[in-house]
Design a protein around this ligand. Structure first.
Ligand code: SF4
Length: 313
């Protein structure tokens, strides 16, 4: 099945079973993309009235048919679940490298179901899939854990994990990946925490089956060029999400003191243009992104390198 890994991973945390199911071409065609598959699975498999933080809810991490190939926007992974925050469905996407890695391991989606009694993490190394003990990592923050797992497993493993917020079932908790990229909507991190899954670590080394490699390269290149050349993208590439701060400030839409005001005197110091000059050192982009909005900055005052700044990502 061109464009797909061909396998869905179904991992039951209650009875610790791992099933590899063939990806259904009919479903993928009808419910296109990672989000389509996630919503289809949620709708057909999670019963009405299920507790979002209980064993009946599922957390579905999905790629799409373009994930992992070189076309703009092919680096997003979708996380779908029943939201503990709203009671409705949550669909949250994250960039980084995870979706490409999962597809290259041969999987289109991971369906996490049930609830583990002990903290665990999911280890995926191409065909090897294991549920491993995560007790030593419980309580760790996401950045520290990502570093630790990469140190232990190998730099090339891509990590998605939760921090203490997800463990404590904070209803808006994120799933973190790639040193600060977040699946931040709907409390997907709380659902991962309710299943006691601290992290997912993935390494994939396979080729993705493609129908027309040359055609894909040709059209992918044209799309990258169109994105790079688009005037509207210039500010986004240079300043990232902070490119909108000046507009918000000038139009009274800069959230200030919990939105008691829409601007403040020192707001100009937060403009993307100012920070680019003052602290930003270089750019960071997700897989196959033509407009890297991520920034790395250095604070001389604190002698500290950080990722950011970001504005309302
Ligand atoms: S670098 Fe920024 S714009 Fe590009 S995919 Fe990642 S989050 Fe989106």
């Amino acid at each position: 099945m061109d464009g797909y890994g061909g396998t869905i991973l179904r991992i039951n945390l209650t009875d610790k079973t791992i099933k590899k199911e063939p990806t259904d071409p009919g479903v993928m065609e009808k419910f296109l993309g990672g989000r389509g598959f996630g919503i289809y699975t949620l709708y057909t498999e999670v019963p009405r009235g299920a507790d979002p933080l209980g064993p009946e809810n599922k957390l579905i991490a999905s790629t799409g048919p373009l994930s992992g190939v070189l076309v703009p926007g092919a680096g997003k992974m979708d996380w779908t679940t029943k939201s503990p925050l709203t009671g409705g469905y949550a669909s949250s996407s994250v960039g980084g490298m995870l979706t490409a890695e999962l597809k290259q391991a041969g999987y289109d989606s991971i369906i996490l179901e049930g609830v583990s009694e002990q903290p665990v993490y999911i280890f995926i190394d191409d065909d090897v899939v294991e549920i491993r003990d995560a007790s030593p990592y419980w309580g760790m923050g996401c950045i520290s854990l990502e570093k630790k797992l990469k140190d232990e497993l190998g730099e090339e493993f891509q990590i998605a994990c939760i921090g203490p917020g997800g463990e404590s079932l904070v209803k808006y908790a994120c799933i973190s990946h790639d040193w600060g990229r977040q699946a931040g909507r709907g409390g997907v991190g709380a659902v991962m925490g309710s299943k006691k899954v601290k992290a997912i670590a993935v390494r994939g080394t396979k080729d993705i089956p493609l129908a027309d490699v040359e055609g894909l390269i040709k059209h992918g290149r044209a799309l990258f060029k169109a994105c790079k050349d688009a005037p509207a993208m210039e500010a986004w590439q240079r300043y990232g999400t902070t490119s909108v701060v000046s507009w918000c400030d000038e139009n009274g839409a800069l959230p200030t003191r919990n939105f008691q005001a829409g601007a403040f005197k020192e707001g100009k110091n937060l403009y993307g243009e100012v920070m680019r000059q003052a602290i930003v050192k270089t750019d960071k982009g997700c897989f196959a992104c033509p407009s890297p909005c991520g920034k790395y900055s250095y604070s001389k005052k604190h002698d500290l390198y950080v990722e950011g700044p970001e504005y309302e990502t």
